[in-house]
Design a protein around this ligand. Sequence first.
Ligand code: HEM
Length: 497
Amino acid sequence: MSFLEAVFDCNLSSLLIVFCVVLVTVRYINSPKNLPPGGPWGFPIIGIAPRLGKEAYRTFASWAKDYGSIFTIRIAGLNVVVLNDFEVAKEAFIKNANVCSDRPALPDLKNGFSISGSLVFENGPVWKERRRWALTAFRNFGVGKRSLENRINEEARYMCNEIEKKANTSSTFDPCHFINNAVSNIICSISFGQRYEYSDAEFKVLLESLSKVFGTIGQVSLSNCFPFLWNTRYRSKERKLIATVRNFIVEIVDKHKSTFNPEDIRDMIDHYIAEIIRQKLDRKEVVFDSGVIWRGVQDLFQAGTETATTTTMWMLLYLLNYPEVYQKAQNEIEEILGRDQTPSWSDRDKLPYVNAMIMEVQRHATVAHSNVPRCTTSEVKIKGYTIPANTRFILNSWAVHRDPKFWENPEEFNPMRHLEEDGKTIKQNEAFIPFGIGDRICIGQLLAKMEIYLLTINLLQRFTFKVPESQSPPSLNDVTVGIIRMPKPYAMTVEKK
Ligand code: HEM
């Protein structure tokens, strides 16, 4: 049948053929030339999305074997460039940082969290100014300093007191709530000078909402392909979860506004209000807006709580699965600190194995499996390919952490790989990127490292965690994958030392 016959014959299959021919031709004419090689074929309109599977980072890693370390996929009518090894990631995010450091306005994130007032999803000079301000505010509120260390150790004691109630019984427990409450109390105390009891039912609902948001909102979803779906029943659960978090923060910000005293800056929210007043007086461009203070706090709360909690949960899970690693870490703590000496961030060099173990958990579990999306602001050449402006990137950090060029036997869980031959000095490996790379690297990494290190030592000093009797260790492969990679809930028994 000729093309014209098909048009005039007008039965369904002929129309379909015509439609496909037109679609392929238009796409060919419009497609940018010299893009990185195309990944496997996708479906019309939604593209490759249905072929990615639950763990897209694994799918990308297997496609990289056929298409190379940089390839292009189509999602929802857009070209997305997937970076699968450290060299291409470095070329994009470090060498070409000036044009590869924007965040794309993904529909789920735009509709769900809103970009106005955000640091994580803002771009350009406003993002730079907010980032600079947040880093200074972190320093002012003790990140990296003894004052915050004391606060974290204090919170760790509250957490351990709660866990102790579960100790020395045969019944099992899931430590997630206790760790989550501790980590978020640390952010809460920096952001709004408050901590919440572990029995606080309202706060528990808030933390559960946050966790579900992170478990369900990922990069690939129908509502990212068809943004109107965000306001339908398809995303009603997520809308409610996000509203719970937002309402909680808005209420706290409102209280701060009504009790603000410029002579007594209590926490980051006060600092934020003071900055807005200063900018107005200086008649500078206002990059902080009173109406969206809550959004900045929400960023820290969201970015900081679930990531550090999940890393600590992975750590306990790996220890249950690798008793010899557990024993070695325990021995180092016993030898250097004993059971009673409070751990200190400034003494961390004395516990190299514990540090290496935490790093290996971060590498092997790769919580931020696909980094946080980026996009180009103008055309850029990477590995000889031409990537046009406004093209999205996915950095497959999970694959970077398993690249045999940088990691010997990458599948093996082995903390010793992070130590020099002397067994005491931490080995630097540039392909270790749990906090991302380049200009957008995580601003909370020092805080997160302090939290994970101090909470871990407090836990191991006070307790022995065990796999429930006559059971196998909980699986390392049972995961929930959203923005981050979380272990499925698991249970253990605990003995007080
Ligand atoms: C183990 C815990 C954490 C992990 C694994 C983690 C990971 C990441 C990653 C991968 C990025 C994206 C970097 C990039 O685009 O290259 C990021 C960005 C960010 N993180 Fe973290 N993070 C953690 C803890 C925290 C904490 C505790 C805070 C603050 C309280 C925080 C605040 C942020 C912010 C504000 C950004 C956005 C930076 C920007 O866009 O300029 N993170 N984080």
